[in-house]
Design a protein around this ligand. Structure first.
Ligand code: 5AD
Ligand code: FES
Length: 345
């Protein structure tokens, strides 16, 4: 039955909520391998053995939000706050460009910069590096702000939806955070013309096979260009510090299902996946992922961007991080490419 559902997903790229739920509950070693092989085949048909890289610049860890799972939540007084200046960001881009990165991801806590600051930095990166994609991941804003940043030259926006269940969303976030507004942001971003990435954690507290089925249905209907998923990993200074972490295996299975839902999707093997298993990112690629995001942030701030405990890549220089990932991808027969890495339509 479950195998039949994987075959159907491969063929039709769509299942009912109940079918998704059945699949999620049926996960075991054999089924996971079955799904991974089909997912990898789909990814290879479209992207070959190329893995796209994104230079991740963690621009700052101030945040206006208080998500229960996140280490940079504003109530965390143990978080050593920092914010990169414009020249720091531009320096990261320069270093990244020389290393062969053609996508820069500016990620930070929500509300960290004023609208005009971001507009200005994006304009500068755009004029300096016309052949690069600029990705922003700076949380929820109003439509005008998203539009101004797009007009300044940003191409992509990552905003994980976190869960497609409004009920579940309310258990992960304080009352002042709105599920509806977050979903509205994703729609606005898409309408404005961004390539949009959504995503969610695997094994977040109160997640169920139903909420995961809703996440898959959301991906199927919203059709994002990218989807970031990784295991929930508890962080010691948050309300969820004692909650069970997500698993490697469930994350790998979900990566494969997402690849089968949308064969051309850009799907990163995330740092969180590399954190719960030393070979997590390699395993992620072999389960259908096709993107990795080495850290380009200044070494001095890396430990401070602690969304969860024991995060990897907080020591190396950007060159080492890229070389490390190149070697890792080589070891499984894939190669990192110098390319903007746009979605293939
Ligand atoms: N474990 C794993 N992922 C986390 N994120 C935030 N906190 C954690 C955690 N404790 C993810 C969220 C957010 C992204 C930037 O990082 O999904 O959207
Ligand atoms: Fe950062 Fe390996 S990718 S050290």
């Amino acid at each position: 039955e479950a195998y039949r559902l994987i075959d159907k997903l491969e063929r039709e790229h769509s299942l009912s909520l109940l079918e998704y739920k059945t699949l999620i509950e049926a996960e075991n070693d054999a089924l996971r391998l079955y799904a991974a092989n089909k997912a990898k085949e789909q990814a290879t048909l479209i992207y070959g053995n190329s893995v796209y890289v994104r230079g991740l610049i963690e621009v700052g860890n101030y945040c206006r939000n208080d998500c229960f799972y996140c280490g940079i939540r504003k109530s965390n007084l143990n978080c050593d706050r920092y914010i990169l200046a414009e020249e720091d960001i531009l320096h990261c881009c320069k270093e990244g460009y020389e290393l062969g990165f053609r996508t820069f991801v500016l990620q930070g806590g929500e509300g960290i910069y004023k609208k005009d600051f971001v507009t200005n930095v994006v304009q500068k990166i755009r004029s300096e590096y016309p052949d690069c994609a600029i990705t922003l991941s700076l949380g929820e804003e109003d439509r005008d702000t998203f539009k101004a940043w797009f007009d300044a030259g940003a191409n992509r926006y990552l905003l994980r939806h976190e869960t497609a269940s409004k009920n579940h969303y309310a258990k992960l976030h304080p009352k002042n955070m709105s599920f509806d507004h977050r979903m509205q942001c994703l729609k606005d971003l898409k309408e404005i013309g961004y390539q949009v990435g959504c995503g969610f954690m695997i094994g977040s507290p109160y997640q169920t096979s139903e909420t995961l089925a809703m996440d898959l249905k959301f991906i199927e209907t919203f059709k994002p260009d990218m989807c970031g998923i990784g295991p929930f990993i508890s962080q010691k200074d948050t309300p969820f510090k004692d909650m069970t972490c997500g698993t490697l295996n469930q994350t790998l299975f979900l990566l494969s299902l997402i690849r089968l839902i949308q064969p051309n999707i850009l799907l990163p093997a995330t740092t969180a996946l590399g954190t719960i298993d030393p070979q997590g990112r390699e395993k992620g690629i072999l389960a259908g992922a096709n993107v990795v995001m080495p850290n380009l942030s200044p070494v001095s701030v890396r430990k401070k961007y602690a969304l969860y405990d024991n995060k990897i890549c907080t020591g190396e220089e950007s060159a080492e991080c890229k070389d490390c990932l190149s070697r890792r991808m080589d070891s499984i027969g894939y190669k990192i490419v110098t390319d903007r890495g746009d979605i293939k339509k």
